[in-house]
Each structure stands twice: as structure tokens, then as C-alpha cells.
Design a binder for this molecule. Sequence first.
Ligand code: B4P
Length: 191
Amino acid sequence: MNIILLGPPGAGKGTQAQLLVQERDMIQLSTGDMLREAKDSGTEMGKIVADVMARGELVTDEIVIGLIREKLDGDRKGGFIFDGFPRTLAQADALAGLLAEKGESLDAVIEMQVDDETLVKRIVNRAEEARAAGKPVRADDNADSVRIRLMEYYKKTAPLIGYYHAKGQLKSVDGLGAIDEVRGAIGSLLG
Ligand code: B4P
């Protein structure tokens, strides 16, 4: 099974992807995690993406598609969870091509619906919790970056909802409940 978790920043894509990994032995492909890893390891690519991410903007399609292409060559176990990818129509087209090359297809695109006020609260809360625990705070978890992340989402990523709806692959869940409730809703959709 290959699925996409689609939704605005802070919708809980990463949170639910990790639960699916535990329950279904799937492989989580989080472009956000891959980019943060590149940034922390100080590679050339990491230097290029660090400022873009801190501002809350999207990294170029070329870089992100390259990262996903490499991972699709690896182990697939119970299938892939695309977490935070695709985020543009160009990325969605690229993913369809990459999967077709491997004789694979998408089983579902799960759109996680959460209102803007809750998203901002969750992200600010994550920053506060990290600070209180003496842990590093994500460079993009601040009010200015969150505003830009939301603008980027509505401009570039939200059109994917119509794109996948037209293909008959879109399923939506209410992402407002507690983590366990959202997990249950996704589980029911996937069967
Ligand atoms: P991501 O790492 O994908 O981060 P995100 O969208 O902000 O988070 P997510 O929805 O996974 O929320 P999470 O579970 O963490 O992207 C970061 C940046 O990387 C982007 O802005 C961009 O610059 C770049 N990037 C990534 N992919 C890209 C792509 N394909 N193309 C271009 N650029 C790309 O949850 C957030 C918080 O809410 C957590 O604290 C969590 O504990 C909490 N939470 C989750 N579910 C909850 C629930 N049900 N109730 C209460 N709290 C909940």
C-alpha cells in the first residue's frame, strides 16, 4: 500500500505517519525530515535549503523530487507513506511518474483537515515545549514563518486536493480530534 498524507503545516502528518509505521510496517518518507537532516549535516544542499526552510517557504521541486527518487530505490516493506510530499502540482506529477517506473501506484491520498487557528496553536505549542525542555526549537516554528508556511500551503499545495479528487484518490479526515482519534479515523479509511 502506498499513501500520501496531505495537509497544512502542523496538521499532524508526521505524527500520524509515525503511528502508521508502527502499526503497518510501512516506510515513512518525510521530505521535511530529509531536508532537516541535510541542513544539520552541513552538506551543500543543506546550506541551500536552510534559509528557505527557516523562512517557511517551499524548497525547490528539483531538490525535493531528487530526495524522493533516491528513497524509492530502497526497501519498501509494507509500502510508502509520503509525508509532506508532494507539496506542488509538479511534485505530484513527478511522483506519479516515479511510481509508474517501478510498477507501483497510489492507494490513497489522505487529506487532514485542521483550521488555521489550531495549526498556529499546535506549532507555537511545539516551540514552547521544546524551549521548556531545553531542546532545540525548529527554525520555522515561529509566528512569522508559520504565516508564510500557511500562505505557501494555500497557494501551492491546496490545489492538490482538487487534483487527487479528480483522480478519485482523495479521502478526507477531520484532523482536529486527539491524536488517537485521528489515528482511528485514518485506520478506518485504510481498512
Ligand atoms: P514538514 O516537516 O513537513 O512539517 P509540517 O508540515 O510543519 O508538519 P506536520 O503536518 O508533519 O505536523 P506534525 O505532525 O509535526 O515541513 C517543514 C518544511 O520543510 C516546509 O515548510 C518546507 O520548507 C520544507 N518541505 C518539506 N517538504 C517539502 C516539499 N515536498 N516541497 C518543498 N518543501 C518542503 O505536528 C505538529 C505539532 O502538532 C506537533 O507538535 C504534534 O505533536 C502536534 N499534533 C499533531 N497531531 C495533533 C493532534 N491531533 N492534536 C493535538 N496536537 C497534535
